[in-house]
Design a protein around this ligand. Structure first.
Ligand code: UDX
Length: 440
């Protein structure tokens, strides 16, 4: 919405939320999320044509176009629990729109939703009105956290799905006109409603699938003399495959991949397509396997016990450049190590507040320190979980001195200079590459 406000000065954009504290934060100097470049855009647009408010009814009444971006987490109860999306917030929003609308409006579905929810939205919206009052358009979001502003200002594509009726196409054109302020017309793709909705799930499923594919091969590399970085480079040089999303890691996290694949699996199953469901389920299974074998390797390497040993976790966010920890592999790893009675010290440039919330109640001995040099004091091992740039440039000779010996590094992102670390004296355990150890 901030990008629209920035690029379309003639539009007035108001963001509404039921959560008063959040809206207060959006109206303050301390924004509720960390996203590089966002504060700059908010500073330029807030109070000019971008507003944050809790007056939901009033803003619904006044709006011509409503973007619905409410949370659609995976259901935790009842039918479809653990797989289907929980649409309760989204349905409440549809009701609020229905109750507070006096004139025709375009409803733009932004939340990631299972296919055919636009149809359900329409059913709610049309329950009490004449059929022409609301036109539902799907405009899925493809931004990635950490690069959100760049993804929004220079998107690979913008996708707009609508009914292929006259009024549907007219509504889609209205949304096209917004994006056309800054996105070249040939990058704005218009499709039917269901293709747009399904494309979002499929895009995320394909991205996640690439990571699981390379991670599965990393396990094979660890059993042979092959090196996963060399393989990624070699296969990524084939233009048909391409180099992106081929970095082996401790596993993918984030709010989208798992949720969207579970949705895809649920949809496939609900249409009786069990082979299709099984195929995508394996992408998640490999991800869990990758996280599990990473922790198992830490424990095995530390002589099968981490009881009372201090382990420094480098990075708690689900990836670099964000403070978001949703589905972060770090959480899984930390909890496993706490269960094994390790003492954890966690460092992360942005995610410590969320890390504290995530690990509250685990009963573990855990400290949180923004300074990595302090976090490693007396530690037996460092576990790199998120690929923050800052971890690459630390003085590892100094870090080595502060640690207990033998000092171990488990590089779950392959971001460090392993040869250099080995020369300093570390025993190094990368992903999908031979270990470098001083042990006999
Ligand atoms: C993703 C999609 O990229 C975005 O288009 C969609 O709108 C939302 O979901 P996001 O979850 O923000 O975005 O992060 P992304 O950069 O895709 O990374 C997801 C996870 O995969 C992270 O944990 C990341 O570290 C991991 N990853 C990514 C790898 O392990 N290896 C890679 O090569 C790339």
């Amino acid at each position: 919405m901030a990008a629209i406000a920035l690029k379309c000065p003639r539009y007035k954009v108001t963001v509404v939320d039921v959560n008063e504290d959040r809206i207060k934060e959006w109206n303050s100097d301390r924004l509720p999320i960390y996203e590089p470049g966002l504060d700059n855009i908010i500073r330029k647009t807030r109070g000019v044509n971008l507003f944050f408010s809790t007056e939901i009814e009033k803003e619904i009444k006044e709006a011509d176009i409503i973007f619905v971006s409410v949370n659609t987490p995976t259901k935790t109860f009842g039918l479809g629990a653990g797989m289907a999306s929980d649409l309760q917030y989204w349905e409440k929003t549809a009701q609020a729109i229905l109750e507070n609308s006096e004139g025709p409006k375009i409803i733009v579905e932004k939340s990631t939703l299972p296919v055919k929810t636009a149809e359900a939205m329409e059913r709610i919206l049309r329950a009490n009105s004449n059929n022409s009052q609301f036109e539902v358009v799907s405009n899925p979001e493809f931004l990635a956290e950490g690069t959100a502003m760049q993804d929004l200002l220079e998107p690979d594509r913008v996708l707009i799905g609508s009914h292929e009726t006259e009024s549907g196409l007219r509504a889609a054109e209205e949304i096209v006109n917004i994006y056309a302020h800054w996105v070249p017309r040939d990058r704005i793709i218009t499709t039917n409603l269901w293709s747009a909705e399904l494309s979002k799930l499929v895009a995320n499923a394909f991205l996640a699938q690439r990571i699981s594919s390379i991670n599965s091969i990393s396990a094979l590399c660890e059993k042979t003399d092959a090196d996963i970085s060399e393989i990624s480079y070699a296969i990524g040089s084939d233009r048909r495959i391409g180099p992106k999303f081929l970095k082996a890691s401790v596993g993918f996290g984030g709010s989208c991949f798992k949720k969207d694949i579970l949705n895809l699996v649920y949809i496939a199953e609900s249409y009786g397509l069990s082979e299709v469901a099984d195929y995508w389920r394996m992408v998640l299974k490999i991800n869990e396997y990758q996280e599990e074998r990473f922790v198992a390797n830490i424990i095995k390497t530390m002589f099968n016990t981490v009881v009372g040993k201090k382990i420094a976790i480098f990075g708690f966010a689900f990836k670099a450049n964000t403070g978001d920890t949703r589905e972060s592999p770090a959480k899984f790893i930390a909890i496993k190590l706490i269960q094994e009675k390790a003492i954890l010290s966690i460092t992360d440039p942005q995610a410590l507040r969320n890390a504290q919330i995530d690990l509250a109640g685990t009963g573990g001995e855990v400290t949180f320190d923004p300074d990595p040099y302090k976090a490693v004091e007396g530690a037996s091992a460092i576990v790199v979980v998120a690929e923050w740039e800052v971890f690459k440039t630390l003085n590892y000779a100094d870090i080595y001195k502060r640690m207990k010996k033998p000092a171990l590094i488990f590089d779950g992102r392959n971001i460090l200079d392993h040869q250099q670390l080995f020369k300093i004296g570390f025993n190094v355990y990368p992903i999908g590459k031979p270990n470098l150890t001083h042990f006999e």
